[in-house]
Design a protein around this ligand. Structure first.
Ligand SMILES: NC(=O)NC1=NC(=O)NC1=O
Length: 244
């Protein structure tokens, strides 16, 4: 039995529902999806400051998931906030949706484009391309220039801009695949893949299948070396006991 904790690092219930539905749409019959978000933090994550706040909430949820004995954790924000810290805290695998989508794209095309939300978050995607070693594989990055929560306003305007940006990327970038750069876009990938005739990849669903694979292979986060559990030390205030 595989139980996957899918963490929306922002506190938007609507986006948590979108993300949970996208995960459940691809989960295997004996996989249970637990879609969660932090009790406190940022309603959307749109820059380095928001990511720093969100990382604490991600770690709180990872700790709860570990105590519940989940099979894996997914960080469902395109900045993969707190990823390595979460791997120190976790026993089970931890996968961010940006790394899941990027890895998947490299299996399907020699070059991929990224379509994300605000221009100021493009640098975060660039940092991840460098960190994961995919800079050479990414032909271009685009932003729809709408805030993250525009994807949950019910108007469909953000979804239409994502579609237009993907069409333009397919025509202009010379990419064979497109990575959707926001957890809130998770429900768009299948329809866009069909309409554009190229792989349009959502990191939430990609990460679900990766966690299932690692679970089936009996593999989990290495605790040998720099992803071992955090060093034991007394933490003060709200962080008392947080590292154990
Ligand atoms: N690039 C992004 O849109 N990052 C994100 N901010 C959120 O709140 N969720 C995301 O996926």
């Amino acid at each position: 039995r595989c139980v996957i904790q899918v963490i929306n690092p922002n506190t938007s219930q609507a986006m948590t529902a979108t993300i949970g539905a996208a995960a459940r749409a691809v989960a295997a019959a004996d996989t249970e999806i637990l879609a969660v978000c932090p009790q406190e933090g940022a309603p959307s994550i749109e820059g380095h400051f928001d990511e720093a706040i969100a990382a604490v909430g991600v770690l709180q949820q990872v700790k709860l998931g570990r105590e519940a004995g989940v099979s894996g954790h997914i960080i469902a924000c395109f900045g993969d906030p707190g990823l390595l810290a979460a791997r120190e805290l976790a026993r089970a695998p931890v996968i961010g949706i940006a790394e899941a989508a990027m890895h998947t794209a490299t299996l399907l095309a020699t070059r991929f484009s990224i379509v994300t939300t605000l221009p100021r978050t493009l640098i975060i995607a660039r940092h991840l391309l460098h960190q994961y070693g995919f800079e050479r594989h990414c032909a271009a990055l685009h932003a729809i220039d709408l805030p993250v929560l525009a994807l949950e306003d019910g108007s469909g305007a953000a979804q239409q801009k994502v579609r237009q940006q993907c069409l333009q990327a397919k025509r202009q970038d010379g990419s064979g695949a497109i990575v959707l750069g926001c957890g809130g876009m998770a429900d768009l990938a299948r329809e866009l893949t069909r309409e554009l005739g190229i792989p349009v990849i959502d990191g939430v669903s990609a990460a679900v299948k990766m966690i299932e694979s690692l679970h089936a292979l009996g593999l989990s986060t290495s605790k040998h070396g720099d992803l071992d559990f955090p060093l034991a030390k007394p933490l003060s205030g709200r962080f008392d006991g947080f590292n154990s």
